[in-house]
Design a protein around this ligand. Structure first.
Ligand code: OAD
Length: 232
């Protein structure tokens, strides 16, 4: 096994499931009662902005009632104690990684507690409801929208992620179904560059065959075990 110094961790909705945040591809393929394409596409925002804004307002409000779990805290411990390079790339739009203490963190699919100007592209921290037509403080256009990367839009910080994947000795995927690209393809990029690959998930993901090792179970148990193993 190659010496491990540089680590890239990818997380998905499964890491927040034990905190009470619903995963996307739950029973019936619905996300909190909605089809993803009705609330998570530029077309949906254009067709029914009130619905899309209300949906993300509810998700943002829900954050006040949930707490980081043992998996978020274990990754924060790894972040604090790992001497090599580490990057936690999350697909999640909740703030549980940062509230758990993680610092070397990047939100590739946006953040609930942020607003994006559809006109000038400025992003700013946002608390509370975000009504359609809210004014952008940077350019004054009435064009603020939830800062969520919709299907068909480019995820954030892909250059940073690609660089970290190319330099990673270990790629670990936690709590993601492997259904959404480009994140679903990270394991193949990491392998191509020679990284060890490990999956921690409740069940085999769609890309499970690409991982050298898969451990199945709840993140709240598997992640603290893995971090302990790595640090000891
Ligand atoms: P999914 O809902 O597609 O997958 C969640 C995964 O977590 C599944 O494989 C579950 O088996 C697993 N899981 C559930 N509970 C778990 C637990 N307690 N411990 C460990 N694993 C558990 O969520 P994502 O893969 O994150 O995009 O979805 C990817 C993207 O699709 C999201 O970021 C979102 C969505 O459309 C955007 O919002 C742009």
């Amino acid at each position: 096994m190659r010496d491990i110094r540089n680590i890239l961790v990818l997380t998905g909705a499964g890491i927040s499931a034990e905190s009470g945040v619903a995963t996307f591809r739950g029973p019936g393929g619905l996300w909190e009662g909605h089809r993803v394409e009705d609330v998570c596409t530029p077309q949906a925002l254009h067709r029914d902005p009130a619905l899309v804004h209300r949906f993300y307002d509810a998700r943002r409000a829900q954050l006040a009632g949930v707490e980081p779990n043992a998996a978020h805290r274990a990754l924060a411990r790894l972040d604090a104690q790992w001497p090599g390079a580490l990057l936690i790339v999350t697909q999640n739009v909740d703030d549980l990684h940062e509230r758990g203490g993680a610092k070397r963190l990047l939100h590739m699919h946006g953040e609930l507690r942020s607003a994006l100007c559809a006109d000038c592209g400025a992003r700013r921290p946002w608390e509370g409801a975000l009504p359609p037509g809210s004014e952008c403080p940077a350019c004054e256009a009435e064009a603020l929208r939830p800062d969520i990367v919709f299907f068909g839009e480019m995820p954030y910080r892909m250059d940073t992620i690609e660089r970290a994947l190319a330099g990673a000795d270990l790629f670990v995927s936690i709590g993601t179904s492997g259904a959404v690209y480009p994140a679903a393809g990270f394991v193949q990029t990491a392998r191509y560059h020679g990284a060890e690959t490990l999956e921690l998930n409740l069940e085999p993901s769609e890309g499970s065959v690409w991982f050298a090792e898969s451990r199945m179970g709840p993140a709240g148990m598997l992640v603290p075990e893995w971090v302990e193993q790595l640090l000891s």
